[in-house]
Design a protein around this ligand. Structure first.
Ligand SMILES: Nc1nc2c(ncn2[C@@H]2O[C@H](COP(=O)(O)OP(=O)(O)O)[C@@H](O)[C@H]2O)c(=O)[nH]1
Ligand SMILES: [Mg+2]
Length: 363
């Protein structure tokens, strides 16, 4: 049978889940007409090597190992662009998504019943018994409501990670997708100018087979970042907005440290101020590493130390630019508070540009 369907499996430490999942996919789809694309973000458990080992004896398996890049959404996008199949499904590699739905979804798309087939955890007949985190279920309910407003689609589960669509449709949207976070379906639906029609398939959501979830912790944050990106993100880029927010929090930290050290008179002002600067910069470095650049997070002692030094150096340059601009404007007769604001904005844009390239970037 000619190639009809690409199954895109974004993976992060899913080594033990791959071989059994292939068996289940084959049981659902038969021997031919499909391929599996494993898009691995350089997992430490050797997922990419395992995928290559499978691919050696199975031509239907392909591997894309990405180094220095992260993210479920961008992995799915990579898959849409790397296949010749007319249809593509995105699914978790951890067995939470039942491959038995694949042929039903494919049939329905081929029959023109909808533009997108979505496996829903909340449609009539679905079950979320395998869901061991009730907080997340509640959160998902709220997020779903927001998502429905954003996409205008009447969907019970717009946050589903299991769906299928024509690759041509997906590729046409790729240049305008935000590609951040993990809600690629939401991104596709919200980006398409023409409302995409959707058909839902009730999913029996299972427990993950092996390994652990990567999305539990920052999930609410990621969702909000995605919503921001699709709305105000066009005016002020998401990452810069985060960077600026973190910077503003750094000012608070700075003042708190100063208030603790200085009035006690245990330190002279400049010493207290210097300590406050160092604490605030370190705090900003840590928080930016945790949130703003969570997809490129530096890990390990050495990488963190190098990043911290780079960040401090960047901030020093930014502070200089800030001071120069503010002093110049003030001497030209601009009201002091406005001159200071202008300095702060120039300084932070500078810090942002430099640190995103030299601290969290790659050459
Ligand atoms: N390539 C890639 N895959 C990821 C990333 N984060 C999660 N995944 C994979 O995406 C799927 C869903 O993630 P999972 O941890 O199961 O999230 P959960 O089901 O929401 O708990 C799994 O197959 C993960 O291995 C990522 O940053 N890059
Ligand atoms: Mg999962």
């Amino acid at each position: 049978m000619p190639l009809e369907l690409a199954i895109i499996l974004p993976t992060l430490n899913e080594r033990a889940n791959l071989a059994p999942l292939l068996t289940r996919i084959e049981a659902a789809l038969g021997e031919t007409g499909w391929e599996v694309l494993i898009i691995d973000d350089d997992s430490e458990d050797g997922t990419a090597d395992e995928a290559r080992a499978l691919a050696v004896s199975d031509g239907r398996v392909r591997v894309i190992q990405r180094i220095g890049r992260r993210g479920l959404s961008s992995a799915a996008i990579e898959g849409f662009c790397a296949t010749a199949a007319p249809y593509a499904a995105v699914m978790d590699a951890d067995h939470q998504h039942d491959p038995a739905l694949l042929p039903l979804m494919l049939q329905s798309l081929k029959a023109g019943e909808a533009d997108v087939a979505v496996a829903s955890r909340f449609a009539e007949g679905a079950s979320t018994k395998g869901w061991d985190n009730p907080d997340r279920e509640r959160l998902s309910g709220i997020a779903n409501r927001i998502a429905r407003v954003m996409t205008g689609a009447d969907l019970s589960d717009p946050m589903s990670g299991y769906f299928m669509l024509s690759t041509a449709t997906a590729r046409a949207l790729v240049p305008r997708l935000s590609g951040i976070g993990f809600k690629i379906l939401l991104d596709l639906l919200a980006t398409s100018k023409a409302q995409l029609s959707v058909k839902e398939f009730p999913l029996n959501f299972s427990r993950r087979r092996a390994g652990e979830s990567k999305l539990d912790r920052a999930i609410a944050f990621d969702f909000l970042a995605g919503v921001y990106d699709k709305t105000l993100g066009r005016v002020i880029p998401t990452r810069f907005a985060l960077f600026g927010t973190v910077g503003a929090m750094g000012v608070v930290v700075h003042m708190a440290v100063l208030a603790m050290l200085y009035p006690g008179m245990t330190a002279t002002f400049w010493k207290a101020h210097l300590i406050a600067v160092l604490v605030a910069m370190s705090f900003n470095f840590w928080l930016n590493n945790y949130l703003t650049y969570r997809d490129k997070r530096l890990k390990g002692g050495l990488a963190m130390l190098r990043g911290w030094i780079g960040f401090c150096a960047t901030c020093a340059v930014g502070a200089f630019a800030n001071l120069a601009v503010a002093t110049l404007l003030e001497s030209q007769g601009l009201f002091w508070a406005l001159a200071a604001m202008a300095g702060i904005i120039i300084g932070s844009v500078w810090n942002y540009a430099l640190s995103s390239r030299f601290v969290w970037g790659r050459f």
